[in-house]
Design a binder for this molecule. Structure first.
Ligand SMILES: Nc1ncnc2c1ncn2[C@@H]1O[C@H](COP(=O)(O)OP(=O)(O)OP(=O)(O)O)[C@@H](O)[C@H]1O
Ligand SMILES: [Mg+2]
Length: 297
């Protein structure tokens, strides 16, 4: 684990004069409705106000189908709000969010490229010479613990290793903001915790703004500074905004054993549970409830 460098602290101090400059992402009255065939409209997300600070790690948790990916897509500039506005680093977002790196649930690695080429591609498309991009990609692979795997193709890597490639792929472009949509979703519980620790370790270097969607409340509490709870849809809204006052640096596994973690989990789960059951009852299947559990806390 690494402390925040002096440079980052200096940047944070310079921003003190202007509160908007301290916000990486702000949703201001963001409402999102989807047009359905036949002319109807589905109100996915009700007017939402939410800000993520420039060095803040914010997790969003909510029942399946409530609009978490929709909100993240709006922050990425992939989806324009039906009403309201998204601001990025103080400026209104009108197209793709160029300050952000986006990590999806599905692997975004290209099967025909080696791990190194998959990581280098982001720099190459930005005009960096091939040899230089490859050298930087190698350095990033080493940072995510895959230095010896640079020549491997994705099918020769485990699911967790592919996620590491995905992280390096996003971080090599030095985004100020990380948007992560259930990035460790398909991994087993132990690998998720290892990936959580890797993410915390990389994050500690610069403390980029992170907006992290997960269905796993324990993961959200273990990683984040704040946990946002969304209600079940339609017209989902933010119903909880919980500060996670667990000390950093944190170990994503060990922190789960602390009494404060248990207190926070109990408090937030009581709120989330109601929403999960609503989604469960609305769906008429066990799919909504199955994704959540009160866990070991
Ligand atoms: N393009 C679309 N057209 C119509 N409805 C959509 C569209 N995209 C999403 N929706 C609906 O909007 C709601 C929110 O979807 P979203 O994908 O944001 O949910 P989510 O919270 O990310 O769910 P999950 O946890 O299952 O990933 C859902 O009811 C979904 O069916
Ligand atoms: Mg989603």
């Amino acid at each position: 684990m690494h402390d925040r460098p002096a440079g980052a602290a200096a940047v944070a101090r310079r921003g003190d004069a202007d509160p908007a400059a301290q916000e990486a992402v702000r949703f201001r009255g963001v409402m999102i409705a989807f047009s359905l065939p036949g002319g109807a409209s589905y109100p996915a997300v009700a007017a939402t106000d939410l800000a993520v600070g420039t060095h803040e790690f914010v997790a969003i948790v909510g029942p399946t189908g409530c609009g978490k990916s929709t909100l993240l897509n709006a922050a990425a500039g992939l989806l324009a709000p039906s009403s309201g506005e998204v601001f990025v680093l103080g400026a209104r977002l009108t197209g793709i969010n160029r300050a952000a790196g986006y990590l999806f649930q599905q692997d975004a690695v290209m099967p025909w490229k080696t791990a190194r080429d998959n990581v280098a591609i982001g720099l190459e498309v930005a005009g960096v010479a091939r040899a230089q991009a490859a050298a930087k990609a190698q350095a990033w692979l080493e940072r995510v613990g895959l230095g010896a795997f640079a020549e491997r193709y994705p099918h020769q890597l485990s699911g967790g290793q592919r996620k590491r490639v995905g992280l390096a792929q996003v971080l090599i472009r030095a985004p100020k903001i990380l948007l992560m949509d259930e990035p460790f979703g398909p991994l087993d519980a132990q690998t998720r915790q290892i990936m959580g620790n890797l993410l915390l370790e990389l994050w500690a270097f610069e403390r980029k703004a992170v907006l992290f969607v997960t269905h796993d409340l324990e993961e959200a509490i273990a990683l984040a500074d704040r946990v946002i709870i969304m209600s079940a849809g339609p017209a989902a809204r933010v119903i909880g905004d919980h500060t996670i006052d667990l000390a950093r640096p944190r170990d994503a596994s060990e922190v789960r054993l602390s009494p404060r973690f248990h207190e926070l989990h109990k408090l937030i789960w009581s709120q989330l549970r109601t929403e999960v059951l609503k989604a469960y009852n609305a769906s008429g299947s066990d799919s909504a409830g199955a994704a959540y559990s009160a866990g070991g806390a």
